[in-house]
Design a protein around this ligand. Structure first.
Ligand code: GLC
Ligand code: CA
Length: 539
């Protein structure tokens, strides 16, 4: 069976920051509908929508209080149906975010569960007695502090691997699973084509033994979920899984296991963290390290038995050019280089909103500009440990999730065309030069590189089906690889550094398919420009 998602390119929208249609400063579904023609122009196959369900928005929608309704700040169920319909008319599918490791503490299940120990919903969540008057154990929350919260009323603790307002569902309860599967089918029946599975590696946990990711029951649950939901249609499922290796990835994505279509390739995300420290303890990255990361994204996998989602950016990561490249004088060639390297790989590429125009990290000057719960908690904690404000703001500028959450930069008008009101988070002042309008006018824009990469993928089977092989070159700053099928052989070359580099290949260029500088006639003993990258068919 040829799955639609195998040679697709997916575009992630962070709805709150994409396009506001009613002037309240918050992006919404009507705003997305307005921008569908833009996405059509880019050529993507599907949109992954970060959560738009009803939510108190403690974690920007990753805390859901009603799975079968839309949050009023984003619109209505009718707007959602309209989005699905209008997107479909343009050949664009909709993928939703499935957040089922936890709910909001405002979800009716949790409100009921909390009422007393005998509530029929008690067992929907994970409640434990105190141990010697304390938390059951020392499990930590992803947003700092204990993962257990005491409930005075019932004298027990509940588990929250994220904020206290995000209590973990009890997946060992079959009633919970049944309700979740019903909800998944509710969306599939509404015309949804896929799900991005939030924090999914956590659902099989055994909190008493402190086994969290990759817990003992994880794959049983996923097989069961697949059986009752996704298997009925050709649904794309992509797991947000961080604790993986090639073996674990096969477990999730080998078609014979009937779990997921793919999981994200997050290997190497830690290279800019000082080893053994927290993500905030950042360090710079060398081109040699980058070369290893990109190599590890592809080598050592048997793609017959697994599949990957390829990602440079998402709503939890800083902007890639600011993080691993150059967001300044070499911003344009650098952004194109990252795009070429990633999109010519095997797997399904995901583009995060704004990546296609080379948006950059924000420069936060004070904590009052920061919106993200994770950054705010970290700020408090580190100040209490004696860090200076300046140090912590520097860490936020390097690593905060808010870097990716500033509004989409559409044009040079007020608020970058994102809203006529006051945006919920500041707009990057560089929107006057970095914006969609400017990119659409310029045939050599980053946008047009992405567009071309998507076309190449759609038109050439060797990108999806062909083999991947590293083309050995002696230069540690230059990555080169071959994508080959029965009729096509392409060489991809990328200078991962900001300075010129030597490269040489005996291959003869048949055709230059894409480059971020001038096309080269020969590849014999050449000096690659800063971040130069190209795709050539060779013989
Ligand atoms: C995932 C989401 C992130 C969220 C967390 C808790 O990691 O991508 O944004 O905060 O799950 O739901
Ligand atoms: Ca709005």
């Amino acid at each position: 069976m040829k799955h639609w998602w195998k040679n697709a390119v997916i575009y992630q929208i962070y709805p709150k920051s994409f396009q506001d249609s009613n002037g309240d400063g918050i992006g919404d579904l009507r705003g997305i509908i307005q921008r569908l023609p833009y996405l059509k122009k880019l050529g993507i196959d599907a949109i992954w929508l970060s959560p738009v369900y009803k939510s108190p928005e403690i974690d920007n929608g990753y805390d859901i209080s009603d799975y079968e309704d839309i949050d009023p700040s984003f619109g209505t169920l009718n707007d959602m149906d309209e989005l699905i319909k209008q997107a479909q008319q343009l050949g664009i599918r909709i993928v939703m975010d499935l957040v089922v490791n936890h709910t909001s503490d405002q979800h009716p299940w949790f409100i009921e569960s909390k009422k007393n120990r005998d509530s029929p919903y008690r067992n929907f969540y994970i409640w434990r007695d105190p141990v010697n008057g304390h938390e059951p154990n020392n499990l930590q929350s992803g947003f700092l502090g204990s993962a257990w919260k005491y409930d005075k009323n019932s004298g027990q603790y509940y588990l929250h691997l994220w904020s206290p307002e995000q209590p973990d569902l009890n997946w060992s309860n079959p009633q919970v699973r049944e309700k979740i599967y019903k909800m998944i089918n509710f969306w599939i029946n509404r015309g949804i084509s896929g799900f991005r599975m939030d924090a999914i590696e956590l659902i099989g946990k055994d909190p008493d033994k402190k086994i969290i990711a990759n817990g003992p029951k994880l794959h049983d649950y996923l097989k069961e979920m697949n059986k009752y939901t996704f298997s009925k249609k050709d649904i794309l499922t992509v797991g947000e899984t961080w604790q993986t290796n090639p073996k674990i990835i096969e477990k999730y994505t080998d078609p014979k296991n009937k779990e997921f279509s793919m999981v994200f390739q997050f290997s190497g995300q830690g290279i800019d963290t000082i080893p053994g420290k927290e993500k905030w303890d950042y360090k710079s990255v060398t081109p040699q390290e980058l070369k290893k990361v990109f190599t590890d994204w592809q080598v050592g996998y048997n793609f017959e038995h697994m599949w990957l989602g390829l990602v440079l950016e998402n709503h939890d990561l800083p902007r890639v050019i600011s993080r691993w490249g150059n967001d300044n004088n070499l911003r344009i060639p650098c952004a194109k280089m990252f795009a070429i390297v990633t999109h010519m790989m095997k797997g399904t590429p995901f583009i995060y909103q704004g990546e296609e125009i080379g948006m950059t990290n924000f420069h936060f000057k004070s904590i009052s500009e920061v919106r993200d719960i994770e950054s705010k908690n970290m700020y408090k904690e580190r100040l209490s440990k004696g860090y200076s404000k300046a140090e912590v703001i520097a860490e936020i500028n390097a690593k905060s999730r808010d870097n990716a959450r500033t509004p989409m930069q559409w044009n040079t008008k007020r608020n970058a065309g994102f809203t006529t009101g006051t945006p919920w988070i500041n707009i990057n002042p560089n929107y006057k030069s970095i914006n969609v309008d400017a990119c659409l006018k310029d045939p050599l824009s980053i946008f047009n590189t992405y567009k071309r990469l998507i076309q190449l993928r759609h038109d050439n089977e060797n990108i999806m089906e062909g083999s991947f092989r590293i083309y050995e070159n002696q230069n540690q700053n230059v990555l080169s690889y071959i994508r080959q099928s029965a009729n096509k052989k392409w060489l991809i070359v990328a200078n991962l550094s900001s300075v010129e580099q030597n490269f040489s290949s005996g291959y003869k260029t048949k055709k230059v398919l894409l480059t971020n500088y001038r096309p080269r006639k020969s590849m014999e003993k050449i000096r690659l420009k800063p971040y130069e990258a190209f795709v050539v068919s060779v013989c």
